[in-house]
Design a protein around this ligand. Structure first.
Ligand code: BES
Ligand code: ZN
Length: 589
């Protein structure tokens, strides 16, 4: 049997699911989704069918109205449980009655106290890379794209959103209501998404609105008010936006990521609500996935850089178009430090620093780092510079036309590049970038005298250099982050006190600045910052912030104790993904 995807039990030779119908009741009391999934197959030839599941209870399997025997295999550590059945000849629909488990890895169930409003519970999903199987039984590989319909029965007081067309109410009872959703475009299963809670919406443009809890919806509307300008810039670069609406949902603080590009409803962390619109590049990033990721999708997690590297490249082109050259140079400079961090975390000879990774036996959640993002984007800039922007932009449009609504590998990308711009892969040493570890020595540079001045000021800190008050006052939030990123990781108490007093760091609400500072403070065993560190660790579940903070706390016995203490208190509120990362970090102390 040819292997389709190292992270799926789906078999290359078996029928393919084309359409999925979900009929689910969202049960907040039992913390389960219960109901049925109907898989419509591409043929009625019958025969064996293997599906992916994780922590699902399978009640029955039916084809053409008759019960069919099934086998739910032993749990395997990374992939979950294979569900095998035999489709009778002549049948092309499989109906599976099932329910999820309260600790489904795809779902986080929040009690009312864990929300901003404190009155209603909240549920959200996060399926990338291989958690859709913990939501529904299916062929959970991006190589098997599906359209879908869903009917959700939810508590009458709540609202639901899905990665699909807008909800249509189809039924109401005293305590519950039924909403219907429809996604007519074929998507990878990891883009299935739902959220249920006390949600309100604000329109930002005719095709975009933001959903959030009532307490945060106005702040969200103001933070993301530039969305239409971002959409228009993206369309100018990459072609018409193909997904009808671009809505956004601001999640509770335990959301483990900065953003997730669920089609038609991007999910966002509330830490973007800095009040100064300084973090909207994340919106540009998730929007860019509408082309690079959702239209053209990585065939498996081993080609993840095709999603993320391409999207960082696209995000930065949007940033340049909307906010200008200085803004984009700053983004590349911040990204360079993040890349350095990931290279040193894995070690620059680690196979996980290749762009095309080998993930047989590796959980894709353990392979996420800045490498596919920042190394991937740098390879594309190298190509762009080699052929010139005009030819590159034409190539990108051709690439989008050729592969739209398909899932591709790195080899397909390189072959298409060679076909359209012969000699380019060889000239930029694309194979070295894809298949060897570390950052090749022809990586593009992004020179900027202004930013170099900030980084050298930071490197001179221990030698006594201090930024003047009027210089600091002129820094944008991103420049402040760049300065902090370039400081030594361990400072004396006096130096920490100087920084905190002169840059007013501990009181910041912008989490990019705040966490960069608290990471230095934690690594420096700087006690006055401990209460704020605790507050952040207990208040926010975003992995991007938890990893560096918990790692820096590992440096000293006293801060290790603080980390263990914070984790014990924060664990019940963290998402499963965040728990996993923090436990790995603490185990390394
Ligand atoms: N698709 C990713 C998030 C993701 C990756 C979830 C892998 C699960 C597995 C999303 O587009 C993303 O990259 N988010 C970033 C923000 C972005 C601006 C770099 C994040 O969450 O930090
Ligand atoms: Zn992304």
């Amino acid at each position: 049997m040819p292997i389709l995807d190292p992270h799926s039990f789906a078999d290359a030779e078996q029928p393919q699911t084309r359409h999925l119908t979900l009929r689910l009741t969202v049960d907040f009391t039992r913390r389960v989704l219960a109901g049925e999934a109907v898989l419509r197959l591409d043929r009625d030839s019958g025969g064996p069918l293997d599906l992916d599941t994780r922590s699902l209870t399978i009640r029955s399997v039916r084809c053409g109205g008759r019960e069919v025997a099934f086998t739910l295999h032993e749990e395997t550590p990374i992939l979950g449980q294979k569900l095998s059945l035999n489709v009778p000849a002549g049948e092309s629909e499989v109906t599976i009655a099932y329910e999820t488990s309260p600790d489904s890895s795809a779902l986080q169930w929040l009690s009312p106290e864990q929300t901003a409003g404190k009155r209603q519970p909240f549920l959200f999903s996060q399926c990338q890379a291989i958690h859709a199987r913990a939501l529904a039984p299916l062929q959970d590989t991006p190589r098997r794209r599906i359209t879908y319909d869903a009917e959700l029965t939810i508590p009458a007081a709540l609202t639901a959103v899905m990665s699909a067309g807008p909800a249509a109410p189809v039924g109401a009872h005293t305590e519950t209501k039924v909403l219907a959703f429809h996604m007519p475009q074929p998507i990878a299963p990891y883009l299935l998404a739902l959220a249920v809670g006390d949600l309100e919406a604000r329109d930002l443009s005719p095709r975009s609105r933001v959903y959030a809890e009532p307490a945060t919806v106005d702040a969200a509307a103001s933070e993301f008010s530039e969305v239409e300008a971002i959409l228009e810039a993206a369309e100018k670069l990459f072609g018409p936006y193909d997904w009808d609406r671009f809505d956004m949902l601001v999640l509770p603080p335990s959301f483990p990521y900065g953003g997730m590009e669920n089609p038609r409803i991007t999910f966002l962390t509330p830490t973007l609500l800095a009040g100064d619109r300084s973090l909207v590049a994340v919106v540009a990033h998730e929007l860019a996935h509408s082309w690079t990721g959702n239209l053209i999708t990585n065939a498996t997690a081993e080609h993840f850089w095709l999603n993320e590297g391409f999207t960082v490249w696209a995000e930065r082109r949007i940033v340049e178009a909307v906010w200008g050259q200085d803004a984009v140079l700053l983004a590349w400079a911040n990204g360079a430090k993040a890349l350095e961090g990931s290279l040193s975390r894995y070690g620059k000879d680690s196979p996980l620093t290749k762009l095309k990774t080998d993930l047989v036996g590796v959980d894709p959640d353990d392979a996420i780092s800045q490498i596919p993002y920042e190394k991937g984007a740098r390879l594309l800039v190298l190509m762009e510079r080699f052929v010139g922007r005009e030819r590159w932009d034409r190539f990108v449009r051709e690439y989008m036309d050729r592969f739209r609504f398909s899932s591709i590998t790195s080899y397909q990308f390189l072959a298409f590049l060679e076909e359209k711009l012969p000699g380019t892969p060889f000239a930029v040493r694309a194979e070295e970038w894809l298949y060897t570890a570390g950052l090749p020595d022809n990586a593009p540079a992004f020179p900027s005298a202004a930013l170099d001045a900030i980084t050298s000021l930071a490197s001179g800190f221990t030698a006594g250099e201090r930024p003047a008050a009027e210089v600091v006052a002129r820094w944008s939030p991103g420049e402040m982050v760049l300065y902090l990123q370039n400081l030594p990781r361990v400072l004396s108490s006096e130096d920490c006190a100087w920084l905190d007093a002169n840059l007013a760091l501990t009181g910041r609400g912008n989490h990019e600045i705040l966490v960069e500072w608290l990471t230095v403070a934690a690594g420096s065993d700087y006690e006055p910052a401990f209460p704020r560190i605790r507050e952040v660790l207990l208040g926010v579940g975003r992995v991007k912030y938890l990893r560096p903070l918990y790692s820096a706390l590992g440096r000293h016995p006293r801060t290790q104790a603080l980390a263990r203490d914070c984790y014990a208190a924060a664990r019940p509120g963290y998402h499963g993904l965040s728990r996993r990362v923090v436990e790995q970090v603490i185990a390394g102390y």
